[in-house]
Design a protein around this ligand. Structure first.
Ligand code: NAD
Ligand code: UDP
Length: 324
């Protein structure tokens, strides 16, 4: 094993953060998970609480953080549209003040800091698939802007702390990721469809379901961001991490109906404002610099996710917002 590092994961109790904590704890690092539990719950990390190299802090990243660490994964931010649109001003604060607070801390204690950015940087893209060089097409005034523009401002802050204060940074642009521990009431397409299919409810297709996303399994995603954190210091990103290969939302519904053996039918609902029509990452840079590409086919990832949804008591999860 390599050197043991002190690693802070903000948003560490969330869907991706909890899996990241698990991986880093397994690797023997001293892991601090910091979360305000807005869109998650302690049960996501309950199995880690007994580990001597894991610590849990309830804290909000919009307030300063004072810790001594070697690395920071800044994952704190509501990610599902229904969550980030619930209190859009808070979402923007989380991205911007959260970035300032972790960057200030990283500057003080000379830590390396990775920002969980997003494919939403590209908005409703006119370039397809999206390379990192594409500057995006975001509606600054729309309901998704609190998230998109907050994440864009965070990228700017990361670059400026890097240029001005020589903070060692990494920026990863994450594309749609799914897997066990997604909040069953987060309103995202995979969790909605699986929950609806298992309960025999109608599957809610927004629009005609022809819009596309590229779905990446959680374990592949987390492997990609750990590789970026550990990459040579001249590889700061931004780097897309996600799965090439588009699926229409309608195809996803059909696949989930097949995998669950559900009798649910699809029902069309209005398409939300500014919903991107197509999204697919160009992962040339991830392949070149990180030797990374996803290895889990969507079908296999969905099978594992369905299995997990079957194993939990969905009613014990509190819906973070009414928007699901
Ligand atoms: P998630 O909602 O499960 O996790 C986010 C975590 O951050 C939650 O535990 C939440 O309680 C916490 N949090 C929110 N606001 C906070 C605050 N102010 N202070 C402290 N903690 C706070 O979502 P996720 O899918 O695990 O996303 C993790 C990160 O990855 C987010 O930054 C998200 O923007 C980014 N991302 C995720 C995806 C995806 O498909 N899952 C895609 C693009 C980007
Ligand atoms: N979607 C849908 N039905 C749902 C939830 C989402 O058709 O019950 C669609 C949504 O309109 C979007 C896609 O699925 O086109 C992905 O939505 P999600 O909220 O998972 O994430 P996004 O990529 O839009 O942030």
């Amino acid at each position: 094993m390599g050197t043991i590092k002190r690693i802070l994961v903000t948003g560490g109790a969330g869907f991706l953060g909890s899996h990241l904590c698990e991986r880093l704890v397994e690797q023997g690092h001293d892991v601090i998970c910091l979360d305000n539990f807005f869109t998650s719950q302690k049960s996501n990390v309950a199995h880690l609480l007994e580990k001597p190299n894991f610590e849990l802090i309830r804290h909000d990243v919009t307030h300063p953080v004072w810790l001594e660490v070697d690395e920071v994964y800044n994952m704190a931010c509501p990610a599902a549209p229904g969550h980030y649109q619930y209190n859009p001003i808070k979402t923007m604060k989380t991205s911007v003040l959260g970035a300032i607070n972790v960057l200030g801390m990283a500057k003080r204690c000379n830590a390396k800091v990775l920002q969980a950015s997003t494919s939403e940087i590209y908005g409703d893209p006119e370039v397809h698939p999206q390379p990192e060089s594409y500057r995006g097409s975001v509606n600054t005034l729309g309901p998704r802007a609190c998230y998109d523009e907050g994440k864009r401002a965070a990228e700017t802050l990361f670059m400026d702390y890097h240029r001005q204060n020589r903070v060692n940074i990494r920026i990863v642009r994450i594309f749609n990721t799914f897997g066990p521990r997604m909040h069953p009431y987060d309103g995202r397409v995979v969790s909605n469809f699986i929950r609806q299919a298992l309960k025999g409810e109608d599957i809610t297709l927004y629009g005609d379901g022809s819009q596309t996303r590229s779905f990446c399994y959680r374990d592949d995603l987390v492997e990609g961001i750990i590789r970026l954190m550990n990459a040579p210091d001249d590889v700061i990103g931004p780097i897309n991490i996600g799965s090439p290969g588009e699926t229409t939302v309608k195809q996803l519904a059909e696949l989930i109906i097949e995998l669950t053996g559900s009798k649910s039918r699809t029902r069309n609902l209005p398409l939300p404002a500014d919903d991107p029509k197509r999204r697919e990452p160009d992962i040339t840079l991830a392949k070149k610099h990180l030797n990374w590409q996803p290895t889990t086919p969507v079908r296999e990832g969905l099978r594992k996710t369905v299995e997990w949804f079957r194993s939990i008591d969905m009613e014990s999860y509190r819906a973070p917002t009414p928007n699901y």
